[in-house]
Design a protein around this ligand. Structure first.
Ligand SMILES: [Zn+2]
Length: 103
C-alpha cells in the first residue's frame, strides 16, 4: 500500500462505516465480556448505543493525533456512551462532521 494512503484521505468517523464498526466492537465485547476501556466497569451490551450506559466505540489512540488509525480495528475498544462523551482523550463528539447519534 502506498504510504500516502495512510496519511491522507481518511474517511470521517460517521455513517455506515462507523455503524458497522460499532456492531463489530459490540459483538466482540459481548462475546468476551470486555469491560469499558475508560472506567473498567462492565458494559451491558444489550442496551442500545443511544443509552448512556450502552456501548460505543472508543478510539484507544485519539483520532485527532492518529487519524490513520481511525479505521483500524485494533484501535477500537468498547466504552460506555457516557464515558466516551466525557473522555479526556482528545475525542470531541461535538466536532463538526462527526455524527455520533447517527446509528
Ligand atoms: Zn465506562
Amino acid at each position: 500500500m502506498p504510504r500516502s494512503q495512510l496519511e491522507v484521505n481518511v474517511p470521517a468517523w460517521n455513517g455506515r462505516r462507523a455503524a458497522a464498526a460499532l456492531r463489530q466492537v459490540k459483538a466482540a465485547g459481548r462475546r468476551e465480556r470486555t469491560p469499558c476501556v475508560l472506567c473498567r466497569q462492565p458494559i451491558d451490551y444489550s442496551l442500545p448505543s443511544t443509552d448512556p450506559d450502552g456501548c460505543t466505540v472508543q478510539h484507544v489512540k485519539s483520532r485527532k493525533l492518529f487519524p490513520h488509525l481511525t479505521w483500524s480495528p485494533s484501535n477500537w475498544a468498547p466504552a460506555h456512551k457516557s464515558c466516551n462523551s466525557s473522555a479526556g482523550t482528545g475525542e470531541n463528539p461535538m466536532e463538526p462532521g462527526v455524527e455520533f447519534e447517527d446509528w
